[in-house]
Design a protein around this ligand. Sequence first.
Ligand SMILES: NC(=O)c1ccc[n+]([C@@H]2O[C@H](COP(=O)([O-])OP(=O)(O)OC[C@H]3O[C@@H](n4cnc5c(N)ncnc54)[C@H](O)[C@@H]3O)[C@@H](O)[C@H]2O)c1
Length: 259
Amino acid sequence: MNRFDNQTVLVTGGTGGQGSSHVRAFHAEGANVVIGDIDAQRGAALADELGPRAHFTRLDVTDENSWSAAVLVAERVFGALNVLVNNAGVQNPPAPIEKTDQATWSRILDINLTGTFLGIKVAAPALRRAAGGAIVNIASTMGLGGTAHYAPYVASKWAVRGLTRTAALELGRDHIRVNTIHPGVISTSFIHEPAAGTTAAIGDFYSPEPFAIPRLGEPIDVTRLLLFLTSSEASFITGSEYVIDGGLLLGPVLQPETA
Ligand SMILES: NC(=O)c1ccc[n+]([C@@H]2O[C@H](COP(=O)([O-])OP(=O)(O)OC[C@H]3O[C@@H](n4cnc5c(N)ncnc54)[C@H](O)[C@@H]3O)[C@@H](O)[C@H]2O)c1
């Protein structure tokens, strides 16, 4: 008996660095997986690799119709939807607020925040039809403080926290739990590739050496927490926020010179 036998899980951004790790792990633990992403090539390849309990659907999280189609596909192909992971997200090209144009601001908010709002809105009735379930919204440790040059991203991830808490209140009586995960710096293309053109990537601003666990996070670190939060083992946890950052937010380890 696996933890997610007879459960159907929809992961947005399901072909990405963290999303594909989540998809693989849910699948390995018995779930039917719906891979939602705008990248159809990677999505089809991942679904093929995993086989019959995996299905790719092209999902643009900024589009409510696209969401309705994805949830319908989950119910048609697998019979129900039990878990939603709002994982799709993008970062802005680094720039101070004064040099951030409104189009960039709106695009980041659309994907990271409106995408999560629409996911909860459209998936909630399906989760109710399944007699309950779980939603996890992937925010960021950047949603717990400020980060210069990342205002749209930081604002979007802060806002996801309020959305999570409100959804937890609205959906708790329907046996739908809603929680947030705040990953620290996780080793995916998200932090390694320049966000736009020749501009710097997040990884260029960050070195893990001074921190309690001096390495980058791996997608599987986040996946393990996600699987716990969406499993029945977490049945009393809702509206909560989980930081998984290797101690990054604790600040640097002070190492005074020894005599
Ligand atoms: N990597 C990190 O250090 C880090 C840290 C904290 C939080 N996060 C968050 O983790 C989540 C996953 O990021 P990742 O590290 O796997 O990055 P990633 O770039 O590998 O994956 C992001 C995925 O989102 C998809 N996507 C983008 N726009 C979309 C849209 N409109 N609709 C549907 N899918 C869309 C992309 O195609 C991609 O597959 C994001 O929400 C990100 O903000 C990442």
